[in-house]
Design a protein around this ligand. Structure first.
Ligand code: 5AD
Ligand code: SF4
Length: 481
């Protein structure tokens, strides 16, 4: 086994400085399966833990697709696993702590099965300090790979399985765009399709532009072809993914943007289209019109506002004011009156005074969100805001979070209550974890639980809402044909 410094030097190290320079050209590549690996995974089981956002879930689908192509088998049983893969999230410190805890907990399996392979993948691998920490404290990790090179996972497994060497390879570069990556999807009726990767917004608190690379769009032909195949295979709902879907196409086309893509996908006749996440600064009328004119585009908009204080929005580098955000919501509601609007809000960002927080409270009152994800600001090393003075005390952050959550929860409940007694089409997804009920979402993205046969999974059914809670609705299946 090589010593630690040698290991770090031998392989690429993630590096924020080069990540921010972004001068490499984006490569468009085609994934080619290596036939030499067809049986690499024979008799080997892998278990994958996925943390964080929907982008990571999409990456896990790719990792599974690639592993299955080499005859590895997925398991949910820790005792059966020969390979543990942690597909990690770096967005907040809490997300990272969960991963460190899990790495420590899983180590015990090595006592009975010393040959178990541990793989650390995802956004944490892209951080400068992760490799050092892994080598110092979690030396049982065999492979560290970043977000840009997960397509090479079979090469790395081949090295470990044949030579028992550690592999650490993390690229700090723009990232390529791959066509034809294999994917193992959760089901065939609700599918996730990445339309773009990376982010160029550089909000000052956020690690994503560094861990996920330059904003780069997939070619529209590739996206439309993939969705056409998915529809042939039974897709009822497609979820278009990107860190900033509204800026789709800007890097590739002069005259083709996200609104055009939505229209083209709507013409493929899939019953439901959703997308996330949107940046207020890039939202244009073409996108709003695509939602208005195509009933397949579901009336739900996740539009993170982050703060209601103009001073804080500026420090966050968000490129809009509170007033502009409220105008945008008003326009959305004028064009699509039934639209539900959800958001993300951060409290306790560096320099946030009580008066700034009250601006956020005022914005929440004025907008009346249908739902909100609320977070305490978490300092991310390497981002500009980590160096800002006036960091807010944790106790104050927590107090503000409680006040805000009480308010946004009340907002969700009152919106949910207004749905009681009405009928909605629901795409049935699975059996809920609340007993034997089915669950699925209304067009405006509210979770409904109701009794019914599991034969309905994958179908759209009419459901009458009979009870409202803060986070979900209870319904009754409409048996009428
Ligand atoms: N601290 C707290 N929340 C953050 N988010 C992103 N970075 C941070 C951070 N450093 C939140 C934003 C974003 C959501 C996905 O996570 O609200 O919209
Ligand atoms: Fe992070 Fe801002 Fe990009 Fe969203 S838009 S991923 S918050 S940098």
């Amino acid at each position: 086994m090589k010593n630690k410094e040698e290991l770090i030097d031998k392989y690429f190290k993630p590096n924020f400085k080069s990540a921010i320079q972004r001068k490499d050209k984006v490569e468009y590549l085609d994934y080619q399966a290596n036939l030499a690996y067809t049986n690499l995974g024979k008799n080997l089981h892998y278990l994958i833990f996925t943390y964080g956002c929907i982008g990571n879930s999409a990456d896990s689908e790719t990792i599974k697709g690639i592993l299955d192509s080499a005859n590895f088998q997925e398991t949910k049983n820790e005792h059966e696993a020969d390979i543990f893969i942690l597909n990690t999230c770096a967005i907040r410190e809490g997300a990272e702590d969960r991963v460190w805890g899990e790495l420590g907990r899983l180590k015990k399996y090595l006592i009975f099965k010393p040959q178990i392979i541990f793989i650390l993948a995802g956004c944490m691998s892209q951080e400068e300090n992760t490799i050092k920490k892994v080598l110092a404290k979690y030396n049982h990790v065999d492979i560290i790979l970043g977000t840009h090179n997960l397509y090479k996972i079979l090469d790395y497994l081949h090295v470990v399985l044949t030579s028992h060497e550690k592999v650490i390879e993390v690229f700090s570069y723009e990232g390529a765009v791959f066509a034809h990556l294999p994917k193992k999807r959760l089901n065939n009726f609700k599918v996730f399709v990445e339309i773009m990767f990376g982010c160029d917004e550089f909000c000052t608190y956020c690690i994503v532009p560094y861990t996920r690379g330059k904003e780069r769009s997939r070619k529209k032909e590739d996206i439309l072809e993939e969705i056409t195949r998915l529809i042939e295979n039974g897709a009822m709902e497609v979820n278009l993914l990107g860190q900033n879907v509204n800026s789709y196409g800007k890097d590739l086309y002069e005259n083709y943007s996200f609104g055009d893509l939505l229209q083209d996908i709507a013409r493929l006749h899939i019953p439901r289209i959703r997308f996330m996440t949107s940046h207020p600064h890039d939202l244009d009328l073409k996108t709003i019109l695509a939602i208005k004119n195509h009933p397949q585009v579901m009336p739900h908009f996740h539009l993170p506002v982050q703060s209601g204080s103009n001073h804080i929005l500026q420090k966050m580098n968000r490129h809009y004011t509170k007033e502009e955000y409220i105008d945008l919501v008003t326009t959305l509601r004028q064009y699509v009156p039934k639209i539900s609007i959800t958001t993300d809000i951060i409290v306790g960002f560096a320099g946030e005074q009580e008066a700034d927080f009250l601006e956020t409270i005022d914005l929440v009152k004025k907008v009346g969100f249908d739902g909100a994800y609320t977070f305490m600001y978490s300092v991310r090393e390497g981002t500009p805001a980590a160096k800002f003075s006036e960091q807010v005390d944790n106790k104050i952050k927590n107090q503000r979070l409680q006040v805000l959550m009480a308010m946004t929860n009340e907002g969700s409940l009152s919106k949910n209550l207004s749905m009681v007694g009405h009928y909605y089409p629901v795409l049935v997804e699975s059996i809920s974890n609340k007993g034997n009920l089915l669950c699925g979402y209304t067009p405006d993205y509210r979770l409904v639980n109701f009794a019914g046969s599991d034969q309905l999974i994958g179908k759209i059914v009419q459901v009458k809402i009979i009870k409202a809670k803060t986070w979900f609705l209870l319904g009754e299946l409409d048996e009428q044909p």
